[in-house]
Design a protein around this ligand. Structure first.
Ligand code: MG
Length: 215
C-alpha cells in the first residue's frame, strides 16, 4: 500500500497522495474499531464453549433422529404400510425442526454452529411394529440426552439455555407418550390383518405439527 511519509505537509501533497493518505487513515480506523468490536463481542457472548459443544452435540443427535425416522419410513414404504411411512416421515421432519431450534438458539446467542457427520441409521427391522418399538427406545434415549444437556447447562449457569431446553423436556414427555401409545396398539392388534390395516390408516391421518415459534 502506498504511504505518504509523515513529514510531507498536506498542502504540498499531490491529489493522489492526499487520496492515499485519507484511505490509509480510514483503513486504520476501521481496523482499530473492528478489533475492539471483536473484543466487545467476546465479552457479551453468553454461552461458554462447554455449553456450545454440548448443544452442537445435541443438534447432531436430533439430526440422527431425523435420519433414523426417515429410514424407518423407508422400511414401512417397502412393507406397503403407507400410513406408518407417512407417520414416520412427519416425525423425521419434526426432528429436523428440533435440530434447527437448537441451531437458531446458538446463532441468537452468538455461538458457533459446528455440524458433524450424521451416523448411518438402522435400515433393516424385524417388522413394522418393530420400527415403532425402536422409535420408542430412541425417544427414551433422546430424553436422557436432553436431561444431561439440561444438567450441564444448569451447572454452567447458562440460564437462557435452560429456558430453551425446558421446551425440549416437555417435548420429550409428549414424544415418549405418543410412541408408547402406538407400540401398545401394535401389541393389541398383533398379526390381525384387518386391525393392522386400520392402524395403518389411523397413523396415515397424522397432520404435520404447526410451525413452532423461533427460538
Ligand atoms: Mg427430537
Amino acid at each position: 500500500m502506498f504511504r505518504v511519509p509523515f513529514f510531507v505537509r498536506r498542502e504540498s501533497m499531490t491529489d493522489g497522495q492526499r487520496t492515499a493518505n485519507s484511505y490509509n487513515f480510514i483503513v486504520g480506523q476501521a481496523q482499530f474499531y473492528g478489533r475492539s468490536l471483536e473484543r466487545w463481542d467476546m465479552k457479551i457472548m453468553m454461552l461458554n464453549e462447554v455449553v456450545q459443544d454440548a448443544i452442537n452435540e445435541q443438534i447432531n443427535n436430533e439430526l440422527f433422529a431425523m435420519y433414523s425416522y426417515l429410514s424407518m419410513s423407508a422400511y414401512c414404504e417397502h412393507k406397503q404400510f403407507r400410513g406408518c411411512a407417512h407417520w414416520m416421515r412427519l416425525q423425521s421432519q419434526e426432528e429436523y425442526a428440533h435440530a434447527m431450534r437448537l441451531y437458531d438458539f446458538l446463532i441468537v446467542r452468538q455461538g458457533r454452529v459446528k455440524l458433524r457427520p450424521i451416523a448411518q441409521p438402522e435400515i433393516d427391522f424385524a417388522s413394522v411394529a418393530d420400527t415403532f418399538q425402536k422409535a420408542l427406545a430412541q425417544e427414551q434415549n433422546v430424553t436422557q440426552q436432553i436431561n444431561s444437556l439440561y444438567e450441564l447447562a444448569f451447572n454452567e449457569k447458562a440460564f437462557a439455555a435452560l429456558v430453551e431446553l425446558e421446551w425440549f423436556i416437555n417435548e420429550q414427555v409428549e414424544e415418549e407418550k405418543t410412541a408408547r401409545d402406538i407400540v401398545y396398539k401394535f401389541h393389541l392388534v398383533k398379526d390381525d390383518p384387518a386391525a393392522l390395516l386400520d392402524l395403518d390408516r389411523e397413523l396415515g391421518a397424522r397432520q404435520p405439527a404447526p410451525a413452532t415459534a423461533p427460538a
